[in-house]
Design a protein. Structure first.
Length: 530
């Protein structure tokens, strides 16, 4: 009989805020009749083309350099079939269904298994025009096909998502009704506005948001929703989902490192980079994303330099007469920098550095601070430290997270995210009794916390309660069938319980998501021999 292998999940998925607009969404096509020119120009922008069905739209990937060799060999065919091979006998294919990214820099891809979405380990990079490993996959030693695509991953690339409630990455077909960012993502639900316009009521409030006319903090919140990541973004307890016209800080707490600038540029760090710039600090609320960017159009490649030069001259009347490329301000003051954690991609540095300034990695212990000038809730800061501690495996940050969350617990006794994360911290310290209680409370409040269910199942199994552990792991797998740890644990528990056929079926399913998993293959061979 195989020994009981227990693997815990250390990272807990963030609680999602379910959108609940006061009005119905009408879709971007409803805007076309009154705004034909804006509609036409906007739907040629990268923002409007940031997702869709593979093969749709005008952008086309090249398939000449369509192989990526890493721990495994990958190949993507013109029919968007991803094939993979890894010695000695792991091979298979996945049909890519959706793309994410306009293609300006590159694209990632999604595939579905039983109605659950997962990210492809291979992406397309437009600069070198080739296929290579997706960000975060370069360190994998085997084929990895189970990175879940949660709604929070898609909400900044697609519109009108159709997630299945209670799952981590389950979606109806199609996963979203509108590829790219729809008009209503920035202007708010348009039902009442369209009704008034159709009724000829052109006077009075139109109940549609014009970002440029909002107070600065509310205006900037619309851009920050997708272009500000910070080091951690924490959904506030009990907060409503963000809607254009509201303050993003009422919905989400964003934390950055205090007094340090990171070398490199993150994919979505343009907003915070701009806020670091001397231009922003000197201009205050007069300078915002819309100062230089028209969200409804992009300048042509030929006119790009002059377009942005005039934007600079709106504040800086004089230019460097003797400077090289003095007519192309951004070539010196907004250079392209390598994207942190990504190969083959560089992004414009929106911190507008002085020429010759070097970026140095921070020294010493770092502290998180709120990006917003608002009071910091210990609950939010504790969850932020827990998130970065898990990412960086930093013991000091784990300790800070534990201290903050313990202090906040008495105030948030019914907060499943806090309870689940606090349980994980006690679990790490081998304080199992406390962890069991907290995991149980978290799951009672929110049964969809798959990491909490997987971890609590591990503790049940350790105490000999295989029946309880099996129940928890099966429930977690109903919410995300790609949970590798939960499925392997389940197979071992089933084998120990004498459920050999069920264990074999569980392992065969595990190998769909992890074809080269050595333990799964070994145990399956043992069970088959029996």
């Amino acid at each position: 009989m195989p020994c009981l292998l227990i693997v815990r999940l250390l990272a807990l998925a963030g609680a999602l805020l379910t959108p609940a607009p006061a009005q119905e969404l009408v879709g971007s096509a409803a805007c076309r009749g009154c705004h034909p020119q804006i509609y036409k120009s906007y739907f040629a922008t990268p923002m409007a083309l940031s997702s869709g069905r593979v093969g749709s739209g005008t952008f086309r990937e090249s398939f000449e350099r369509n192989q990526a060799n890493h721990a495994a060999k990958y190949r993507v065919g013109p029919d968007y079939t991803l094939e993979f091979t890894q010695a000695p006998d792991s091979r298979g294919a996945r049909k890519l269904q959706y793309y994410v990214g306009s293609g300006a820099m590159g694209r990632s891809y999604l595939f579905s298994v039983d109605g659950f979405l997962f990210q492809s380990p291979v992406s397309y990079y437009s600069g070198p025009a080739h296929w290579a490993m997706s960000p975060g996959y370069s360190s994998d030693s085997r084929v990895f096909l189970s990175r879940p695509v949660e709604p929070r991953c898609l909400e900044c690339h697609a519109s009108s998502l159709q997630p299945i409630e209670g799952t981590q990455n389950g979606y109806r077909d199609p996963a979203f009704l509108s590829g790219g960012i729809s008009c209503e993502r920035c202007h708010g639900p348009g039902e009442r506005h369209v009704e008034k316009m159709r009724a000829g009521l052109t006077q009075g409030p139109h109940e549609i948001v014009n970002p440029a006319k909002l107070p600065p903090a509310r205006r900037d919140s619309i851009c920050a929703r997708c272009h500000l990541t910070g080091e951690a973004r924490i959904s506030r307890a009990g907060a409503r989902s963000f809607q254009p016209g509201h303050l993003l800080s009422d919905s989400v707490a964003v934390f950055v490192w205090e007094g340090s600038e990171q070398p490199g540029t993150k994919v979505t760090s343009h907003f915070e980079n701009l806020w670091q710039s001397a231009c922003k600090r000197a201009s205050g609320n007069r300078l915002w994303c819309g100062t230089c960017h028209d969200p409804h159009s992009v300048p042509s490649a030929v006119g790009r330099a002059s377009y942005y030069r005039e934007k600079c001259r709106s504040c800086h009347a004089s230019t460097h007469a003797g400077a090289r490329n003095h007519d192309h301000c951004i070539s010196c003051h907004m250079p392209s920098r390598a994207a942190a954690g990504m190969s083959h991609v560089a992004f414009t540095d929106h911190s507008i550095p002085r020429v010759g300034r070097s970026q140095q990695p921070p020294n010493g212990e770092r502290s998180l601070k709120s990006f917003w000038s608002t009071a910091v809730d210990p609950r939010d800061l504790g969850l932020a430290y827990s998130e970065v501690a898990l990412r960086d495996n930093n013991e000091r940050h784990f300790a800070r997270a534990l201290d903050l969350l313990q202090k906040a617990e008495s105030q948030y006794t019914s907060d499943p995210k806090l309870l689940g994360q606090l349980a994980m911290l006690h679990d790490r310290l081998a304080e199992e009794d406390r962890a069991v209680v907290l995991y149980g409370k978290a799951l009672q409040l929110d049964p969809s916390q798959t990491a909490a269910a997987t971890n609590l199942g591990a503790l049940y199994a350790k105490r000999g309660d295989l029946k309880g552990a099996i129940r928890l792991w099966q429930d977690a797998l109903q919410r995300n069938p790609g949970l590798e740890q939960a499925r392997i644990n389940l197979a071992v528990a089933q084998a120990k319980s004498g459920e050999t056929a069920a264990a074999r079926a569980t392992l065969e399913k595990a190998l769909e998501f992890a074809p080269g998993h050595p333990f799964a293959r070994k145990l399956l061979a043992q069970l088959g021999a029996r």
